[in-house]
Design a protein around this ligand. Structure first.
Ligand code: 13P
Length: 248
């Protein structure tokens, strides 16, 4: 059975002190969660948030990692730097990074392999744009993102996939539960062909895109959906906790 994983993606929100206040508010509300709980936070918040998370059941994630071990990459953060603060997860290939920062399937692949080698759990994001969905290209786009992004991965079950349709991110427009379930089913089938059906069946695939306290139960009830990657709603302690406690 796949253990659900609910992760917040704070994006470029919360200073370190705001982040500490947020996790202090979240921690007591999610302490009895039956799923894995993660907050992915801006790199500069990591030291303070890492400290605040001690003794809680909340895992710590970063929002990106560079693929080189070290070197002349001004402004970048390496896996070793994250590990020193107890970071366990890292978001890779978020659509905002693909859209605004030149991330490609090739760089997603390099970052994913680096994260795995370092013992970090990559949360690899895939998803189609509105135009791609409307012109019937969803499956082709996802297939390319998966095949190129995950090339050379040895143990698929160490990866978390996040299906985030770009048109649903920050728009308040969620994919219907049926739509998300069907598309995630397609992703799992593709993973099964690329790796093995058993590996695909054991790999967690989250839904992301305007998931909130109101729609989380319906989404999480779907067979293929193993969790959520939450943007806006992860910035409010009560909303995030309601999503984490979707099964209560
Ligand atoms: P929203 O939940 O704000 O739509 O963002 C989703 C997302 O991009 C999570 O990575």
């Amino acid at each position: 059975m796949r253990k659900p994983i609910i992760a917040g993606n704070w994006k470029m929100n919360n200073t370190a002190s705001e982040g500490v206040a947020l996790v202090n508010a979240i921690a007591p509300l999610v302490k009895d969660a039956n799923c894995d709980v993660v907050v992915c936070v801006p790199a500069i918040d990591i030291p303070a948030v890492s400290e605040a998370l001690k003794g809680t059941n909340i895992g710590l994630g970063a929002e990106n990692v560079h693929f080189a071990e070290k070197g002349a990459y001004t402004g970048e953060i390496s896996a070793a730097m994250l590990l020193e603060y107890g970071v366990q997860y890292v978001i890779i290939g978020h659509s905002e990074r693909r859209q605004y920062f030149g991330e490609t399937d090739e760089t997603v692949n390099k970052r994913t392999l680096t994260a795995l080698k370092a013992g970090l759990t990559p949360i690899v994001c895939v998803g189609e744009s509105l135009e791609e969905r409307e012109t019937g290209k969803t499956e082709a786009v996802l297939e390319k993102q998966i095949k190129e992004g995950l090339a050379g991965v040895e143990d698929l079950t160490k990866v978390v996939i996040a299906y985030e349709p770009v048109w649903a991110i920050g728009t308040g427009k969620t994919a219907t539960a049926a739509q998300a379930n069907e598309t995630i089913g397609f992703i799992r089938k593709t993973l099964g062909e690329m790796f093995c059906p058993g590996c695909a069946a054991a790999t967690r695939i989250q839904y992301g895109g305007s998931m909130n306290a109101g729609n989380c139960k319906e989404l999480m009830a779907m067979e293929e959906i193993d969790g959520g990657l939450i943007g806006g709603a992860s910035l409010k302690a009560n909303d995030f906790a309601t999503i984490v406690n979707f099964d209560k």
